[in-house]
Write a protein that binds this ligand. Structure first.
Ligand code: A3P
Length: 320
């Protein structure tokens, strides 16, 4: 077996899990990782949070095929993945807005590993396998859990990161819309103890930024997209060897605007549970919305967490 499973015994988590809807959460650690080209000396991956569903799919994950003409978008959840996917898909598909509006992004750009955290009709690995090439693949997997073939093939990849406080708020509302029944406060306390899906967050971001000889990866941030979309689009076009005229790019900026994405049902996904009437998937789209949405105590909790987890000042810049 290539993964090690441990139950979450943290008393705070155990006390709340029945009420919050996190009964089946589990920590999973990759045991084979020597093939990951990481610069961190004596690196050993940490355990990441999933559900017990992971066990059912571990072989499919390990054996997932990766093709040289694949395009991957990788992120920690709630970092602007969907926004990035839509931008990348359009840039790679001759800005075909009509095709983009005709089919859900979830079909055009399958989420490889969703079966590890939510029950799915068909295995998400199977769905990705049956997607016609060239494929566009979304994943939240940490470096230690990417399929082995990823490192042999090194497909073109965009990694997107976002400020931890924005991720925390966005993750709470997202989870609430799916299964989470606790308060914002309970969620945040569990998030900083690394007990939300795909946590630990900082390790995910740092490890991707500490890879070596991976010129197949272009690194972006939500904040950069928010403040300088044209410059991000220029970088992404260059990365994929694409060029578009000014008027074409204007249409792209318009299509990618918050309002247009929010009004677009192919990217603003409906809740899995129609009885849930919470926030929309594309919710606020702000870079610093946390300033209004978090209490001073919650801000302090998240800041202390980043300070503790990221003592290296160079790496700390990734989280500013
Ligand atoms: P908020 O919950 O803060 O609004 P992901 O796709 O990784 O799940 O990230 C979702 C976050 O990206 C949500 O953040 C969502 O509103 C934001 N987002 C999606 N499209 C956006 C856009 N066009 N402009 C700004 N933010 C966007």
């Amino acid at each position: 077996m290539s993964f090690e499973y441990t139950e979450i015994t943290d008393p705070l988590f155990v006390e709340n899990k029945g009420q919050t809807g996190e009964d089946d959460y589990i920590m999973v650690r990759a045991k084979q990782y020597s093939h990951v080209p990481i610069k961190i000396p004596n690196w050993t991956p940490q355990a990441h949070c999933y559900t017990t569903l992971f066990k059912q799919y571990e072989q499919e994950l390990l054996e997932a095929e990766v093709y040289p003409d694949d395009v991957w978008v990788i992120s920690y959840p709630k970092s602007g993945t969907t926004w990035t996917q839509e931008m990348v898909w359009l840039i790679c598909n001759d800005l075909n807005f009509e095709a983009a509006r005709a089919e859900s992004l979830q079909i055009r750009f399958p989420f490889l590993d969703v079966s590890l955290i939510h029950p799915t009709d068909t295995s998400s690995f199977e769905r990705a396998k049956n997607t016609p090439r060239p494929r566009f693949i979304k994943t939240h997997l940490p470096v230690s859990m990417l399929p082995k073939r990823y490192w042999e093939v090194k497909p073109k990849t965009i990694h997107i990161r976002r400020n931890p406080k924005s991720v925390a708020v966005s993750y709470f509302f997202h989870s609430q819309g799916i299964h989470y029944r606790g308060s914002m406060d309970t969620f945040l306390r569990s998030f900083v103890r690394e007990h939300q899906f795909y946590s630990p967050y900082h390790a995910h971001v740092i490890e991707y930024h500490e890879l070596q000889d991976c010129d197949n990866i272009l690194y972006l941030s939500f904040e950069e997209m928010k403040h300088y979309l044209p410059s991000v689009v220029r970088k992404v076009c260059e990365f994929f060897g694409k060029a578009y005229s000014k008027p074409e790019l204007e249409l792209l900026y318009q299509h990618l605007s918050f309002k247009s994405m929010r009004d677009n049902p192919t990217v603003n996904y409906k809740s899995r549970d129609p009885t849930k009437k919470g926030e929309q998937f594309i919710r606020k789209g702000e870079a610093e919305g946390w300033k209004k949405e978090l209490t001073p105590e919650q801000i302090q909790l998240l800041d202390e967490w980043t300070k503790e987890k990221v003592p290296n000042p160079e790496q700390r810049k990734l989280f500013e």
